[in-house]
Design a binder for this molecule. Structure first.
Ligand code: FES
Length: 62
């Protein structure tokens, strides 16, 4: 599913950045994908996906 329509960023891409690249903050997601840099409507949902994925990663590690 697309999270950021302006830049074509999907939930899958956000999860991939967290799980495979170790990115865990919105600033880095934005830097890699330009997510949120146009209308900004996607930022809240992207943050939620980022937090949920990071929490899954933390659970797996502990
Ligand atoms: S939907 Fe992401 S900047 Fe517009």
């Amino acid at each position: 599913m697309y999270v950021c329509l302006c830049h074509g960023v999907s939930d899958k891409k956000i999860k991939q950045l967290v799980l495979e690249e170790g990115i865990a903050d919105m600033r880095s997601i934005r830097k890699c994908t330009a997510l949120g840099s146009q209308c900004g409507k996607c930022v809240k949902q992207a943050k939620q996906i980022l937090n949920e994925t990071a929490a899954q990663l933390y659970k797996q590690a502990c």
